[in-house]
Design a binder for this molecule. Structure first.
Ligand code: HEC
Length: 158
């Protein structure tokens, strides 16, 4: 009697360790791409987009102005749309992540005049991926698939 109870205890503890490991592993795993088919992650990104990006890129991802390809008087560019009409989906995940985290000026091109702030100190990597997941989730399936292919073709230089 006592022995089988001890066995159950051992099995219970072992199960808890396994479950705990899975939960820990999920949350600590570093993402390397957007996950537009994950509804919870997309919802988190949608809220973060409204708070951090919508003021420039538009509440409905429509961009700052319909003339977003025209430079402003100071030589900088308006915030482009992130919906399927823009050029966001022409860039692989890794590049979108870099621009959001470090902004364009800090991520290499010093001559580029940009009004986009870096989100390095405001958003965690996971939060940036959630925003990018939300943005991607709004694109039609065909464009999401083209973007998947682009990600596969793209090889980061390092
Ligand atoms: C203060 C205004 C402003 C805010 C806030 C802002 N952006 Fe931008 N963003 C810009 C401007 C201006 C550009 C165009 C110039 C450039 O590329 O740096 C841009 C360009 C971009 C680009 C590259 C162009 C493209 O379509 O691929 C990405 C990606 C981007 N923003 C993502 C974001 C995300 C994600 C957020 C919120 C976390 C955000 N931005 C918040 C102004 C802003």
């Amino acid at each position: 009697m006592m022995k089988s109870r001890a066995n159950i205890m051992v099995i219970g503890v072992a199960l808890l360790i396994v479950i705990g490991f899975f939960i820990f592993d999920q949350s600590s795993q570093a993402r390397t791409g957007a996950d537009p088919k994950n509804p919870e992650f997309v919802a988190m990104g949608k809220a973060l987009y409204a708070k951090n990006c919508a003021s420039c890129h538009g509440k409905n991802l429509e961009g700052q102005t319909p003339n977003w390809r025209q430079p402003l008087p100071d030589g900088s560019f308006p915030a482009p749309p992130h919906d399927a009409s823009g050029h966001t989906w022409h860039h692989p995940d890794a590049m979108l992540f870099k621009v959001t985290k470090y902004s364009r000026t800090q991520s290499g091109d010093k001559s580029f005049k940009s009004n986009m702030p870096a989100f390095e100190k405001t958003l965690s990597d996971n939060e940036i991926w959630s925003v990018l997941s939300y943005i991607k989730s709004t694109w039609p399936d065909a464009i999401q698939q083209r973007h998947d292919t682009l990600n596969q073709q793209y090889r980061p230089s390092q």
